[in-house]
Design a protein around this ligand. Sequence first.
Ligand code: NAP
Length: 283
Amino acid sequence: MQNVTLNNDVEMPILGFGVYQIPPEQTEQAVSDALAAGYRLLDTAAAYGNEEAVGRAVESSGIPREELFVTTKLWVQDAPAEENTRRAFETSLAKLGLDYVELYLMHQPYGDVYGQWRAMEDVNREGLAKAIGVANFYPDRLLDLVINNEVVPAVNQIETHPFFQRAADQDLMREHGVQHQSWGGFAEGRNDLFTHPVLSEIGKAHDKSAAQVVLRWLIQRSIVTIPKSVSPDRMAQNFDVFDFELTDGQMAQIADLDTGTTLFFDHHDPEMVAWLSRRRLDS
Ligand code: NAP
């Protein structure tokens, strides 16, 4: 597996497995299958409701803990944010059945971001989260956080796929030592990504699928990617992307597919801000 080195020297696999929208009752099996297929980076979140199932699959895999890279995420907290963030982190660790995680991400750029970040800095200093980072931070919010805090986020996990490529975001992240991680690398299949003529045509030239072309394109941009699948065949297919290389011309063809806008949530839309900020987890 190819790794990236984060800004605090933690090593992170460039390809992992995401579990968003996998129902809790299917998650243990899916994660067990993913681990058997070779994935070592697992990406969950308190908001996904499946941390316990991820933890069970990790436990039963027998894979040495130091070979795994586990990410979970903090949901937006009520005040006092520092206290509640600590509690939320401890709840996630307990649900996962782990003593530490490799990466703890602030899931949304809302609420008392500073209070949440200070508590995350503490768990990082204590070694309970080997690295801390954020998700869904656009350049303005990311830069504000970087400039006004001690620990620079190791990762920013943002929507990134052929139709929303985030090149300017990536430039800014590079400048500040923040690793770009893609969520929704397949755009969850929107815009007919899996049968898209440009991606399929490029795939044919390498005897690969459109999905594999997309993952390879992300990897060649040095972006960490975490495709989700409940199918062992598709998990294996998505893992098999290290034996070919896209040419500069093919990278340029994919660059042309960028629309520059989200296919999911506009984090600047007041209705979306209100909706995400109102959501609270049960425990
Ligand atoms: P995604 O990975 O873009 O797409 C998943 C979809 O693609 C599923 O419907 C899956 O179906 C299908 N699929 C997977 N491999 C395929 C293949 N080789 N051929 C055809 N279809 C394939 O979507 P995502 O789950 O939204 O994003 C990935 C991960 O990013 C999440 O699981 C989560 O960990 C993370 N994420 C984070 C945020 C955030 O706010 N930080 C938001 C969204 C997602 P099957 O399962 O049936 O194979």
